[in-house]
Design a binder for this molecule. Structure first.
Ligand code: 0YR
Ligand code: MG
Length: 373
């Protein structure tokens, strides 16, 4: 077996435009998706790529790449990528960072490194990640379309997009809420009428409302059968989520803003979560998200990974992990990769190239790259 000695870590920042130049949810308005991470080279000539997902603010993106180059790279050079689980622990417990950054930018940077290491070992084994994880456990991975549901779309645009997605074969969509309760109830009603009752319809509040608003909204939309109410409340407020979950009005989904297994564990213990939505780009990579998927399986909770990676990596997890039920589709960055996530007839096509699906094309590398300082 080759050693896969790490010889270099090369950080990168790509800023890729979103659909229609700008989108908004209840808390963010963005024009680009940030693909921020690193290439890790080995003595054998195999390189791995990993990245986190950001809202493309260069100032903070540069903090992530600085964290990779200044804090993590010295811990990686000369090590073997085969030891990725040990290296995960080394990075998570690094003396320089544990005290100042157990979550946040450090975790996003760690995510990029962890994914790049998995990419290397999967490429060295000449296997797509799902195979490396033990093989496909399902016949298909159902996609749901988020890109038709932005809060910045007019009611007309929203209905047109929803119908178009269904015509294209999507069996699930998600729309953003978190503006005014009445307006959002009306949009949910109109979308449900437009798509019929065979398509799953999820709603996503991106953490905007308080508990009374959420309860009012959930009561008013119960008849339209939402698959889940995502990030209804402030991300860290376990008690309020538990109260909404206990109301029995709507299944609660969350996780895209959680950094650690412990955070998920607390939501599960308090019965504050029905749909588990970890993200390899916010948690410390594949290594940590696998723990959450396993834990969700233990609680008999379904996983619907959040698409911070725009489903380049989660696609592999979704094929290989029994707890994964459905996967988010947002197409913004797919064209940037040699093995783009692709949906056909409402289902993701199984990726077949070795690795994690994180290798950028030369064109994307040239076109979207930003300065590191
Ligand atoms: C835009 N998906 C989400 C985007 C999206 C956010 O702010 O980052 O809406 O990640 O909530 O479920
Ligand atoms: Mg969301």
């Amino acid at each position: 077996m080759s050693e896969l000695r790490i010889t270099a870590v090369e950080p990168f920042i790509l800023h890729v435009p979103v659909t229609g130049n700008e989108i908004a949810d209840s808390t963010h308005r963005i024009s680009h998706w940030g693909v921020v991470g690193c290439r890790i080279d080995t003595a054998e000539g195999i390189s791995g790529y990993g990245f986190t997902g950001t809202h493309a603010h260069l100032s903070s993106d540069q903090l992530i790449t600085a964290c990779i180059s200044r804090c993590y790279t010295p811990l990686l050079l000369g090590q073997s990528a085969h030891d990725h689980a040990r290296l995960w622990q080394t990075l998570a417990r690094s003396p320089a960072l544990q005290w100042v950054g157990r979550a946040g930018i450090t975790t996003l940077a760690h995510a990029a490194v962890d994914v790049a290491l998995w990419d290397i070992v999967a490429k060295a084994a000449q296997q797509p990640l799902w195979q490396r994880l033990g093989g496909a456990v399902r016949e298909s991975v159902r996609a749901y379309n988020t890109d038709i549901g932005w809060l910045s779309l007019s009611d007309d645009q929203l209905l047109r997009g929803a119908k178009q997605a269904v015509d294209q074969g999507f069996t699930g969509i998600k729309i953003k809420v978190g503006s005014a309760v009445e307006r959002d109830v009306a949009r949910v009603r109109a979308v449900r009428q437009a798509i019929g009752d065979r398509v799953t319809l999820a709603v996503d509040g991106n953490g905007k409302w308080d508990l009374p608003s959420c309860l009012r909204f959930a009561r008013a939309t119960a008849d339209y059968d939402p698959l889940w109410f995502e990030e209804p409340l402030w991300y860290d407020d376990v008690q309020a989520h538990a109260a909404l979950a206990a109301s029995g009005l709507v299944p609660v989904a969350l996780g895209e803003q959680l950094y650690t297994t412990d955070a998920f564990a607390e939501f599960m213990r308090q019965q504050a979560i029905h749909w588990v939505q970890p993200d390899v780009t916010r948690m410390a990579g594949i290594t940590e998200v696998l723990r959450v998927c396993d834990m969700a399986g233990g609680w008999r909770l379904p996983v619907a990974p959040h698409a911070g990676d725009m489903s380049q990596v989660h696609l592999h997890l979704s094929w290989a992990h029994p707890a994964c039920q459905v996967l988010e589709y947002i197409p913004w960055i797919a064209h940037c990769f040699t093995d783009p996530a692709h949906v056909k007839d409402g289902h993701f096509v199984k990726p077949m190239l070795p690795g994690c699906g994180t290798t950028p094309t030369e064109q994307a590398w040239g076109q979207y790259r930003q300065a590191l300082s």
